[in-house]
Design a protein around this ligand. Structure first.
Ligand code: ZN
Length: 99
């Protein structure tokens, strides 16, 4: 077991973190002010204010600022774009069936 004073450094090396993320200091997660966590909520949306621990939106969980994991915000936006395309194509297919 490491000396408790060395624990932060030991924990970073255990996670193979070379350059700790500035936002989460290598933890990979942070506490957000609302349940939306890393999701951006439109201004008109009601925000559920409750401290919520979730994946860090700078390193996306890796804890290392130079080796970020998959950006969930971008993935979610991409999934939403694909969902819109699917709906559009379904409408076109239905229109072609009707003609
Ligand atoms: Zn981070």
């Amino acid at each position: 077991m490491p000396d408790p004073a060395d624990y932060p450094r030991w924990a970073l090396s255990w996670r193979n973190i070379v350059a700790p993320c500035v936002k989460c200091q290598g933890r990979g997660g942070v506490t957000y002010k609302s349940r939306a966590a890393w999701r951006e909520t439109p201004r008109h949306h009601r925000i559920h204010r409750a401290p919520t621990y979730a994946v860090c939106d700078q390193c996306w969980g890796s804890g290392d600022r130079d080796r970020r994991w998959a950006n969930l915000r971008e993935m979610e936006a991409h999934a939403s774009d694909l969902q819109s395309e699917i709906h559009l194509l379904q409408r076109r297919i239905e229109a072609l069936k009707g003609s």
